[in-house]
Design a protein around this ligand. Sequence first.
Ligand SMILES: *Cc1c(COP(=O)(O)O)cnc(C)c1O
Length: 454
Amino acid sequence: MNPSEQHNATLAARDLRHVWHPCTQMKDHEALPPIPVRRGAGVWLEDYDGRRYLDAISSWWTNLFGHANERISGAVAVQAARLEHVMLAGFTHEPAIVLAEQLTALAGPALTRCFYADNGSAAVEVALKMSFHYWRNCGQGGKRRFLTLSNAYHGETLGALSVGDVPLYREVYQPLLLPVITVPSPDCYGREAGVSWEEHSRGSMAVMEATLERHAGELAAVIVEPLVQCAGGMRMYHPVYLQLLRAACDRHQVHLIADEIAVGFGRTGSFFACEQAGIAPDFLCLSKGLTGGYLPLSAVLTGEEVYAAFYAEYAAQRAFLHSHSYTGNPLACAAALATLEIFATEPVLERNGMLAARMAARAAPLSSHPHVAEVRQCGMILAIETVRDRQTREPFPWQERRALRAYQHALSRGVLLRPLGGVIYCMPPYVISPEEIDLMIDVAAECVERSCAP
Ligand SMILES: *Cc1c(COP(=O)(O)O)cnc(C)c1O
């Protein structure tokens, strides 16, 4: 055993004495210890044994331009030497100001105000509270419920979990959650043979429309993940649904919250996913890629009408008093500005178009695999839905933990893939090379083989 290998094992053992990991049954680590990462470069992570892993899921969908990106690291270092943090109540700083200017400019004329928080779930909480509070300030305090889509995911804090619908995360906490109204997702996986994405998504508007009609008086907002329900298994739908939903929300006087925490910043092919539908939401939630995957930060963008409903003499008690200690942290804002600078100075979306086409071509043969029900793609997200029976689309029993087999096989091949149940997906940083795409997709194909073997 060489010394660096020892170091790997030692760190894992020390970790397990005190660190309680997220989204993990800690007992699993008896057989499969956590991998200590020494450094990153581009799409690669390197552990203490010197083994390298291609980060094909962008470290939970946060990374855009690679690990240890020189431009972003440099910007954070400069900011750290100048000002690490100051509270954003009563004080402000240039990175927060410039970032708000740039985000509102990118989001279009309807979204002019930027409220900061420090993670995705917190942004969802802000949007929910702001929507409810807006209606209350307008004398419509009865509008206090939220409408959500089946299979939605909006984070793990209690409000965000309430508007989510993935049983794995939600079920245990059900007794603690807000009562919400849930309608079927426009997700196209379940469409009838021969029906286009557009027809299917359009068709699922009927229930949404009827529900809005019936409950408008008590609804504050509808919340959706535009185009891709990521944590729900990378389920995808057509932009026409967002268009129809925008119009229906206007007709029924219900806010539309777009949670672009996972899909914003070029992931789906456009800068924001909502652009593909040509709509603006009333609240736009951003996080994850916002800082290029560097630091926790989130923002909720909204418009003048919402802002004005809170703007009054102090004694009117209409202000939005929500806050987090690290709201608008300068280091995180500096990382975000460096990230936006890369978008502004490089042809990122064009390059992503080419990379996405390469992913599609390399993965195409998988669609005829006997255990693959669908290969679907939206921009830089490619998902392979594996099933026990291709005809009935019956999934493998979850108890068999086939995703874990896929995860382990990918690691052994130097690729980090972390399937969502039967869905093996790739969501790489945008700095991935064509050759690295080939490796990533080839390993994903091996994972399909391994995880579907008897
Ligand atoms: C990840 C995610 C969240 C939650 O963000 P956190 O920073 O993990 O709290 C919310 N909504 C969507 C769509 C997400 O993918």
